[in-house]
Ligand binder design. Structure first.
Ligand code: LLP
Length: 427
């Protein structure tokens, strides 16, 4: 199993910045989400240092849907990043953290009227328009004195090889406007001629958990060619936003790009391509979520009971698909270990399952672990992205607490309480 960041094995037990998992479980309980803050900041710096250019501005936008709470938003702001939001709830959380609204990119294929009104009221920096009806609606909602920065989300029709549920740029995808449709051009003309809009540029996001460089390079070519077409029509594209999608390691089957190398190649490819076709843009942005946060969060569970069902040997943990839906939803795979007995010989084949009334509530199928003993703690790495953010209260399970381990450990998101479960119930 691969460990990341500031974890160490001391006397057969995993430590986070000098604190053992046993101590963490005693102090904070389980299930527990553990943020390795230093590793997160290192990863942000890796992006900053390698996605950098001498000829144009580079922007790093954190896709907050991957993991968002006040603490994370504060880190993102302090590190001088921009942030992407797709709902009023995300915008609200980001603003509550003290974030400068002008650094927010507001996305979404189906922004509600109330959400657009909220974004206007709160002076959200950039609204990334997904479609024609949204543009007309926004026009109606803006007053005559407003000038709103907007971009348009384009669908370049590039198929990235990833899970069907997380591809976004196939021709029939619900996101953005196709670069092959005349209507898209008409919409851009409308945005660039309308006094209430300041048309900044174009955006695309071709999918998530992508490993092939070629998909990213194809996207650069396709967006830059499109921007050149616009230039020839007298419409200036000042910013190109290439979206996120950089794949990460979950198990040995994943072969992520080495970002230290790839990000340099990526920006160089962009610089050379615009030079080659004679395009000038002021800034280029990327919007990673998973590749920024995923490797800096671990989930810690108590192993509770075991049970043999035919050939299958279940190890039940105190968490469930409520705190990580990804295996049930996408067939996602994870690694895990017994963190308080890390090097013990792994003589049992277990299926780690949760507590929900769903046969699909299985975290890991067939994993070799030491024979279960009371007090065992199961640690799952690589759970920063799309786990807590997609969590639920199904079966009235409580959402776990989240802690940050830096010099010491502190709670950054409280564990839900039983009272939280009924706080909105009236009768
Ligand atoms: N920008 C836009 C417009 C997006 O829609 C997304 C992700 C991102 C950026 C960030 O993508 P990333 O760098 O994290 O791959 N729930 C799925 C992933 C859905 C991704 C949705 N959009 C999962 O658990 O794998």
């Amino acid at each position: 199993m691969k460990l990341f960041g500031n974890t160490k094995v001391v006397n057969n037990e995993i430590y986070f910045n000098g604190i053992s998992v046993t101590e963490l479980s005693k102090r904070f309980g389980t299930p527990l989400y553990i943020l390795d803050e230093k590793n997160f900041i290192n990863q942000i710096n890796l992006f900053k240092e390698n996605f950098a250019s001498d000829v144009l501005e580079t922007k790093l936008i954190y896709a907050s849907k991957s993991l968002l709470n006040l603490y994370i938003a504060k880190i993102i702001y302090n590190e001088n990043l921009y942030i992407d939001a797709v709902s009023v709830g995300e915008v609200f959380t980001i603003l509550k953290s003290g974030f400068d609204p002008s650094r927010i990119y507001f996305h979404g294929n189906n922004k509600l009227k109330e959400e657009l009104e909220y974004a206007i009221k709160e002076k959200v920096g950039t609204i990334v328009i997904d479609n024609k009806s949204e543009a007309y609606l926004l026009d109606k909602l803006l007053s005559d004195d407003d000038i709103q920065d907007v971009m348009i989300r384009l669908n370049p029709g590039i198929e990235a090889h990833t899970h069907e549920f997380i591809t976004t740029a196939k021709s029939d995808s619900k996101f953005g406007m196709s670069i092959y449709e005349k209507e898209t051009l008409n919409l851009i003309k409308y945005l660039s001629e309308n006094k209430k809009f300041n048309f900044k540029g174009i955006h695309s996001h071709i999918g998530s958990q992508i490993f092939e460089k070629s998909s990213f390079f194809k996207e650069i070519e396709s967006l830059c060619d499109y921007a050149l077409n616009l230039k020839n029509l007298g419409i200036q594209v000042r910013e190109i936003n290439l979206g996120g999608g950089f794949g990460v390691y979950y198990t040995q089957n994943d072969r992520p790009l080495d970002l230290k190398v790839f990000l340099k190649e990526y920006i160089k490819y962009f610089e050379e391509y615009i030079l080659k076709i004679g395009l000038d843009v002021e800034s280029v942005a990327i919007e990673p979520g998973r590749a920024l946060i995923n490797q800096s969060v671990y989930a810690l569970y108590k192993a509770c009971l075991e049970k043999k069902c035919g050939e299958r040997n279940y190890l039940f943990i105190d968490g469930s698909m409520c705190d990580n839906i990804r295996p049930a939803l996408y067939g996602a795979k994870y690694e895990a270990c017994v963190a308080n007995r890390f090097n013990d010989s792994k003589e049992e084949l277990y299926t780690i399952a949760g507590k929900c009334c769903e046969s699909g509530d299985v975290l890991i199928k067939d994993i070799e672990l030491p024979k279960h003993q009371e007090g065992d703690l199961v640690l799952v790495p690589s759970v920063g992205a799309y786990t807590y953010s997609m969590s639920s209260n199904y079966n009235k399970n409580l959402r776990p607490a989240m802690i940050s381990v830096n010099e010491d450990a502190k709670v950054i998101v409280n564990r839900e309480t039983l009272e939280d479960l009924i706080k909105n119930d009236l009768f």
